[in-house]
Write a protein that binds this ligand. Structure first.
Ligand code: XIL
Length: 894
């Protein structure tokens, strides 16, 4: 009974979004005490409110069921003893302790503990959770967890903000392995484990909101590019805090107060006070205005579309058009000469490229209403720039194509349209800066103005992502995205392609994304924070020296060779060493074996000097210490010992003696010393303060992973006719040997080729019995290609990652990618079938030497249409559809 409840309630909690962030080994053990003691006198400190080190007794911990808890000696993350948990019979069994007395509603906490298991699988998923009792109901809140390697004490850290509830809740903290039903849990899931040094740290309350008056005004950084923000009429009140942020912008738009429902709430009753206030503010301050919006399917009152006599019936086309004409001419006419740009029509196209089936379209029957809207707006103010505005047009797809074609047609027919507004409600991961640049250029090529009209950069990838904290890492990622975006904006403005940029709000406390697409899932998409202070996103553009330092994570691959020229290095991405302004100084690659971590680093430096050197730092336990680690290993290689030196760049190789284990993580940094007559300048991969000798707080992280399977792919183009291209006969087939699931026939193979546009894949499948009965395409007899174009090895899909699936009858299905350019043919043959595919390159320029993440898969169905087997070239996790980190690697060669 209990296990079911646990599972169901956890599901609910995930949706409610109490999920907190997790970090492994993210903080030191013993040394944090001193840090805390040192800073206790300072304000805004993190305070340790609870600590169990198990040096004496169980300290109030008990088992959740009948598992056995014991204090054991000589196995501890620190000190001598730790808490051992054994004889677990369900995954949810583990140690639990009441912590109600140490946490308070309304406050936020970091909860950290050290975890170890010694027998069982190479790694295991561990969960840290809270059991909350409110009255007679219990729920289970997962606050974090980690994938922990066997045999290494690993630090797991979570965050939790205790909600304020009507009645006080009781909280118990517990640790378990990832949930599985009892009949599916194996010995691996029921491993005995140890925990130690459990610690709860109270986080300082958020800083009070304050507008900084001594920082540069944002828009002044851009030349010939007006930069604006959406505001509300209340922000014009100089006694209000937010008013202080207006100095950062020289364009404004009302977020809501010039929409149809605000300006004409009832037919003929125009309400102009707030709009008038904005217009006179702009006249006084000499700033530009956008008018948003005249025709939109949202926030337009119902009466607009109703028959005047009979509100139950729709208005006639004539009536709708006369109302539109009156609305547009009254408003645009009133502010004639005072509004720079009008969003004449907003969001008239659907994601699939069709005209939106709005009340306007239903009544008008065609896009005539769009043409008329522009005509009437032009008549009312010939000088205002007239825009069509939309979202999801910042990247390639049917919607962008449809809008492009619409604008082209309207222009050709003489409709007075001046510009395209890209709303740009984007997120940290998607679309890329390059996607947006291409969109700007594509629309600009139509001879219209392009504006970014509603920019915000969400920290969430989609509406299904649970609520999360905006930690330092995500805010930095966002900062770099903003930096690269505005750099691109400035370039496109200089090239005459971009006219204006407007952010959709002043600060994170009031962004509409706090309630969209998920009510209550707070977001952090703008330049100023919930406390109104400038965020890393602002500083990344204004002064990168003021950015906090993030912790970068990269992979070291297992490698038995000590040879710096070993070909393995040509299958590993190089990690750039770049400063906070985005300037690159060099790059490196890391590998490991049972005796050492090896680093191959290349430095761009065209003035050889005796002071040139590269130093590597490794902290074996990945502890974040404010002082020099007593276990620190560092190695310095002078340029004179370079394995290669062309005069303009040199390469060094270092073998750092150390015994890493698979899946373990170490603290790591690399520093370039550039000698010259003036002295030595330094540049680091992670610690921009170059203080690696003084502490490990700002080190990056190296994770030890197995080297994936690799394949060299030759250049060659194929053509699509009825049959497969004969060029395949010259290519060696690669066997598909990885049995990911169930039963599949032996003998299937694949071949790959590349040219400047496509990766070509031929899959020849042995399968006597073919079925496409199942409605799930992945359960039909089919093949799949997974591609990670930047070989980013991320654990979720980025824009360059895609999955293409084709069944034996050539029916295609997609996950990401470019559906339009993808091509395939298939044929059933004796004993099986083949599929020939052209997988488009969308995010990279292919060239010899380039590496990509790649895998192929066979789905095998039985006669009833159920999938009975999966076979791959490399990855046996069956997670390729959502997690490209496990893909193999292909290298493009001539
Ligand atoms: C949003 C506002 O920000 C919210 O305050 C309001 O509740 C709904 O509308 N595209 C648009 C904007 O064109 O008008 C929308 O603004 C966001 C999406």
């Amino acid at each position: 009974m209990r296990k079911n409840k646990l599972r169901i309630l956890m599901g609910v909690i995930f949706v409610c979004g109490f999920l907190c962030s997790t970090a492994v080994n993210a903080m030191g053990n013993k040394d944090t005490d001193k840090t805390a003691a040192k800073t206790e006198s300072e304000q805004n400190i993190e305070k340790i409110v609870f600590e169990d080190s198990f040096e004496k007794d169980l300290q109030g911990w008990s088992g959740r069921a009948s598992e056995v808890l014991k204090i054991v000696e000589n196995n501890a993350s620190d000190g001598k003893k730790s808490l051992q948990v054994s004889e677990r019979t369900s995954t949810w069994n583990g140690p639990i302790k009441d912590i109600t007395a140490v946490i308070s509603p309304g406050k936020s906490y970091k909860i950290g503990l050290w975890f170890l298991y010694e027998e069982g699988p190479e790694k295991q998923d561990i969960m840290v959770s809270l059991e909350r009792t409110l009255g007679s109901s219990k729920d289970y809140i997962n606050i974090g967890g980690a994938s922990v390697p066997r045999g290494d004490w690993t630090y797991i850290e979570c965050q939790y903000s205790v909600p304020v509830t009507k009645n006080p809740a009781q909280y118990r903290l517990y640790v378990e392995t990832k949930y599985k039903q009892d009949d599916q849990a194996t010995k691996d899931d029921l491993i005995p484990f140890y925990i130690d040094d459990v610690r709860i740290i109270q986080l300082p309350p958020p800083r009070p909101a304050q507008v900084e008056t001594d920082i540069p005004s944002f828009y002044t950084l851009f030349k010939d590019l007006p930069v604006g923000a959406a505001i509300n009429s209340i922000d014009l009140d100089s006694t209000k805090l937010h008013n202080g942020l207006l100095r950062h912008f020289n364009v404004f738009v009302y977020e809501n107060e010039m929409k149809p429902e605000s300006l004409q709430p009832a037919e003929g009753r125009f309400v102009f006070e707030k709009a008038d206030a904005l217009v006179s503010f702009a006249q006084k301050q000499k700033v530009k205005l956008r008018g948003h919006t005249l025709v939109w399917h949202n926030q337009t009152p119902k009466w607009f579309f109703q028959d005047s006599q009979n509100p139950g019936a729709a208005a006639s086309k004539d009536l709708l058009f006369s109302r539109m004409e009156n609305h547009i001419k009254t408003i645009v006419g009133r502010y004639k000469g005072k509004i720079d740009s009008w969003d004449v029509v907003n969001e008239v196209i659907e994601d699939n490229g069709n005209l939106r089936n709005s009340a306007y379209l239903k009544i008008a029957g065609s896009d005539e209403y769009i043409r008329n809207a522009f005509k009437w707006a032009r008549e009312a103010d010939p000088a205002a720039k007239l825009f069509i505005n939309d979202y999801n047009i910042e990247f390639r797809g049917p919607k962008q194509d449809a809008l492009y074609n619409l604008v082209k047609t309207l222009k050709a027919e003489g409709v007075p349209i001046d510009g395209v507004g890209l709303q740009a409600h984007i997120n940290v991961g998607f679309p890329t800066v390059n996607d947006i640049r291409n969109a700007i250029r594509r629309f600009a090529s139509l001879g219209v103005k392009v504006q970014i009209t509603e920019l915000d950069v969400s920290i969430y990838g989609s509406g299904s992502e649970p609520k999360k904290e905006a930690d330092r890492e995500i805010l930095l990622e966002q900062a770099y995205k903003y930096r690269d975006l505005f750099k691109m904006f400035q370039e496109e403005a200089a090239a005459g392609n971009l006219d204006m940029v407007v952010l959709w709000g002043l600060s994170d406390d009031r962004t509409w994304l706090n309630n969209f697409p998920v009510p209550g899932r707070t977001d952090y998409p703008l330049l100023f924070g919930k406390d109104l202070r400038a965020k890393p996103a602002y500083w990344a553009i204004v002064n990168p020296d003021k950015l906090p330092i993030g912790i970068k994570n990269i992979i070291a691959y297992q490698n038995e060779s000590l040879n710096p020229a070993d070909p393995i290095y040509s299958y590993i991405n190089s990690t750039p060493i770049v400063d906070q302004k985005g300037i690159t100084y060099g790059s490196f690659k890391a590998t490991w074996n049972g005796r050492s971590v090896m680093v191959l680093a290349t430095v761009l430096d065209n003035s050889p000097d005796a002071g040139d050197a590269v130093t590597m730092y490794l902290e074996p336990k990945n502890r974040r210490l404010e002082k020099k680690s007593d276990e620190l290993i560092s190695i310095s290689v002078p340029r004179s010992k370079a394995t290669q030196d062309s005069g303009s760049e040199y390469t060094v190789f270092a073998e750092i003696p150390f015994t890493p284990k698979l899946e373990s993580k170490v603290g790591f940094d690399i520093k370039i010393q550039n000698g010259s007559a003036k002295g030595i300048s330094m540049q680091s991969w992670n610690d921009f303060t170059n203080n690696q000798e003084k502490g490990t707080v700002n080190y990056g992280t190296l994770s030890m992973k197995q080297m994936p399977r690799t394949l060299d792919v030759k250049r060659g183009s194929i053509t699509f006719s009825r049959n497969k291209d004969p060029i395949w006969d010259t290519i060696e087939p690669i066997p598909m040997t990885v049995k990911t699931m169930g039963v599949t026939e032996e003998g299937s193979t694949f071949k790959v080729l590349w040219d400047e546009n496509y990766l070509y894949v031929l899959m020849e499948i042995k399968d006597e019995l073919l079925s496409d009965k199942n409605s799930n395409p992945w359960e039909q007899d089919s093949v799949e290609v997974f591609i990670d174009q930047n070989n980013g090895k991320t654990t979720s899909y980025e824009a360059d990652d895609a999955q293409y699936r084709v069944n034996y009858r050539n029916v295609k299905s997609f996950n990401g990618g470019d559906e339009e350019r993808f091509q395939s043919i298939s044929r059933i043959v004796l004993g099986g079938y083949w599929v020939q595919m052209a997988v488009p390159f969308t995010h990279i320029k292919p060239e010899a030497g380039l590496i990509l993440g790649f895998d192929v898969q066979i789905n095998e169905a039985d006669a009833t249409g159920s999938r009975i087997g999966i076979r791959n070239w490399h990855n046996d996790t069956n997670l390729g559809y959502k997690d490209p980190s496990g893909l193999g690697i292909v290298k493009l060669v001539e």
